[in-house]
Design a protein around this ligand. Structure first.
Ligand code: UTP
Length: 289
């Protein structure tokens, strides 16, 4: 069984739910207190033993590449002024271990992943949707890689949500369940209200076999007129092992305003430097609202 050494980060979306904030600023670099969402996802990948980071980027989002580069002027000036720039440690990726690919048009998540086909080759790989913010110890992908080491095949993160929210997500048709593992018997993207096969959704972390790239090659547009990863994954079920893993931790949907604000509040309250101040402020705001 080949180990998971490559990760794909699709970051070429338009982020329309956050306009006008995302007119210039990529959603994936939005901060949770002081650390960008995408930095958290890369840290999660490194913790899981992943070595090569593949970013699927779009026009006008060049600052994503800059974030992971050397910030020469900044580091030099901070050094000259006796300021500690160690806070930037981990933002510079290992030379030669990151790849940036352009998705010329945001045709959907499936299309974004397919853009990485030549770099993935014939290796299994991980996918991170960076606007899904996962907080856990060990991290979500570390937990998934541990499950993969036992089960092989394809592993998707699985999350229970209220059934009425399922029309916004990819949903699992579940088979047997054993602890955190669920057999995946089918997948459906954005089911119409009342038709979801379960309340178990795909919250944006995947370990997939490279065969999915061959399927994506000819994948037609699906829900929302986009080429959907879920539709391609659904075609692998029955041909390869396919499991969901319920993650032990907390997930915030930072693609939505509510989830993003919630994540900031939760992380600010837990922050060692500002947590107490934020708690006092939040209590005052609630008392006055
Ligand atoms: P989303 O659907 O959450 O992102 O895709 P979006 O389309 O940018 O946001 P809204 O819905 O308009 O507000 C999840 C991830 O997949 C990437 C996005 O950048 C995001 O990180 N993505 C999506 C692509 O890279 N390419 C696409 O064609 C679509």
């Amino acid at each position: 069984m080949k180990p998971i050494k490559k990760a794909v980060f699709p970051v070429a979306g338009m982020g329309t739910r956050f306009l006008p904030a995302t007119k210039v600023m990529p959603k994936e670099l939005f901060p949770i207190v002081d650390r960008p969402l995408l930095q958290y996802a890369v840290d999660e990948a490194l913790e899981a033993g992943i070595e090569q980071m593949i970013f699927i980027n779009g026009r006008g989002k060049g600052m994503i590449e800059d974030h992971f580069d050397l910030a020469y002027e900044l580091e030099r000036t901070m050094g000259d002024r006796g300021k500690d720039s160690s806070v930037l440690d981990g933002t510079r990726l290992t030379p030669g271990n990151s790849v940036f690919i352009r998705q010329q048009e945001p045709l959907g998540l499936g299309h974004a992943i397919w853009c990485a086909r030549d770099i993935i080759g014939d290796e299994p790989f991980a996918i991170f949707l960076p606007d899904e913010f996962m907080v856990g110890s060990p991290g979500c992908m570390r937990q998934m890689v541990d499950a993969y080491d036992e089960l092989g095949g394809n592993i998707v993160c699985a999350l229970e949500i209220p059934i009425e929210d399922t029309p916004s997500y990819g949903v699992i048709n579940p088979g047997y369940r054993k602890g955190p593992i669920t057999e995946v018997k089918g997948l459906v993207e954005k089911p119409a209200a009342g038709t979801a096969p379960s309340n178990l959704i795909l919250p944006g972390r995947y370990i997939l076999q490279p065969e999915v790239m061959r399927i994506l090659e000819t994948q037609e547009a699906g829900a929302g007129g986009e080429i959907q990863l879920t539709d391609a994954m659904a075609q692998m079920i029955g041909k390869q092992p396919f499991h969901g893993m319920t993650f032990d931790g907390r997930r915030y949907d930072c693609g939505s305003k509510v989830g993003y604000v919630e994540a900031n509040l939760a992380m600010a309250l837990a922050h060692p430097d500002i947590g107490d101040d934020i708690r006092t402020i939040a209590e005052k705001l609630l008392a006055n609202s």
